[in-house]
Design a protein around this ligand. Structure first.
Ligand code: NAD
Length: 356
């Protein structure tokens, strides 16, 4: 069969390993930069200290105010610091929230970014930025948003608490799953997605018994990078749209929402994307003919992840409005989007039922 596809490559340098934090000065110099603004969040100030120390005289200022959903007020304050000290690059350490701040500064000033991710969100390898102004989240994409260099240091993720690690890894899994049934899917993203699923599933199985095991952390971080690369390359479907609505309009937490919704969004699409589901089930290592959505549901359950939107704080009375918002604007998805279908999916996800 003749296939046709388009592939866009996003130019970024990836440094992956253990103890790679120490390479950050080299990476800044490699970009031809000499004045770094170090970015962190209040909770991860200690990691900010380590990065600042590693950078030595290359670090000219520090901003620890990164916050969830990249509020523009925070960006404005950070921008003042950046301009005051004449920084020519940012070095960000943290999860998707800190990466979001780095991107927000880069898109406004053109400064280069070196990002050290500590979660599995994958934002560091996408040219996409979501920002919040007056409670409204908008998303944009541009080449200058993509960080120039990503330094993955497996040791930095070893302290991510188990509950956050599980939800963040399922957030990554969702990128790989939706890449496989994206209308933009092509051979390279297919290969990346399948490898990501294998690594993330293996990591999720091993994590609870020994959360600080660096081989497990390496599997998860490598899976997160591959899955994030898929997110940056192809369009996502129902699952990501639903999570965007639940996070943006109902303030539900990003990674836990992905964790609850994924098996249900997969079940919704299962009949319309049978080949993708077969490949996902195989990559997950599903046994006894188990289907992909229930295999993901059980993987999450065994790792101790959340299984209901109710436990994340969504009111039952909001379900109708979520279904309205999620079916308001059409977008590509394997199964046709019907309001009734989405309402059923949401009700099951709210109650924590097995996917159907
Ligand atoms: P986050 O960055 O807010 O981090 C979640 C929590 O984990 C925070 O409390 C943080 O302090 C803590 N944490 C992070 N690393 C830690 C570590 N190593 N040890 C201990 N605690 C640690 O959340 P996230 O899930 O990484 O990112 C979510 C944000 O990123 C959302 O705003 C989302 O929209 C955005 N995002 C964007 C993209 C994109 O492509 N633009 C992709 C994925 C996520």
């Amino acid at each position: 069969m003749v296939t046709s596809f388009v592939r866009t490559v996003h130019p970024a340098r990836i440094v992956f390993g253990r103890g790679t934090l120490e390479t950050v000065p080299e990476e800044v110099e490699r970009l031809g930069r000499t004045r770094a603004l170090v970015l962190a969040s209040p909770e991860l100030a200690e990691l900010g200290d380590r990065v600042e120390k590693a950078l030595g005289p290359l670090a000219v200022a520090r901003f620890d105010g990164a916050a969830m959903h990249t509020p523009v007020e925070v960006t404005t304050t950070a921008l003042e610091v950046l301009r005051e000290v004449g920084a020519d690059c940012v070095v960000a350490v943290g999860g998707g929230s800190t990466t979001g701040l780095a991107k927000a500064l880069a898109v406004r000033t053109g400064v280069d970014q070196v990002v050290l991710p500590t979660t599995y969100a994958g934002s560091e390898v996408t040219p996409v930025l979501g920002e919040t102004a007056d409670g409204v989240k908008t998303t944009r994409s541009a080449p200058e948003i993509l960080p120039e260099t990503v330094v993955y240091d497996v040791e930095l993720s070893a302290d991510l608490p188990v509950a956050m690690s599980v939800t963040s890894a399922v957030n990554a899994l969702a990128h790989a799953v939706e890449a496989l049934y994206s209308p933009d899917a092509e051979p390279v993203t297919d290969a990346l997605a399948l490898q990501a699923i294998q690594l993330l599933a293996r990591g999720l199985r091993a994590l609870p018994a020994d959360p600080r095991d660096l081989d497990t952390r390496s599997d998860l971080l490598r899976g997160a990078w591959l899955a994030g690369t898929c997110l940056g390359s192809v369009g996502m479907g129902l699952h990501h749209k639903l999570c965007h609505t639940l996070g943006g309009s109902f303030d539900l937490p990003h990674a836990p929402t992905h964790t609850v919704v994924l098996p249900h969004a997969m079940a919704y699409n299962a009949d319309a994307a049978p080949e993708a589901m077969r490949r996902i089930a195989e990559a997950l290592g599903a046994t006894n003919g188990q289907d992909a959505p229930t295999a993901v549901f059980d993987l999450i359950g065994r790792a101790g992840g959340p299984t209901s939107l109710r436990e994340l704080g969504l009111a039952e009375t909001d379900l109708d409005r979520v279904a309205d918002l999620a079916s308001a604007t059409p977008y590509p998805n394997p199964a046709p989007l019907t309001r009734d279908g989405l309402a059923g999916l949401l009700r099951r996800a709210w109650a924590g039922e097995r996917p159907a």
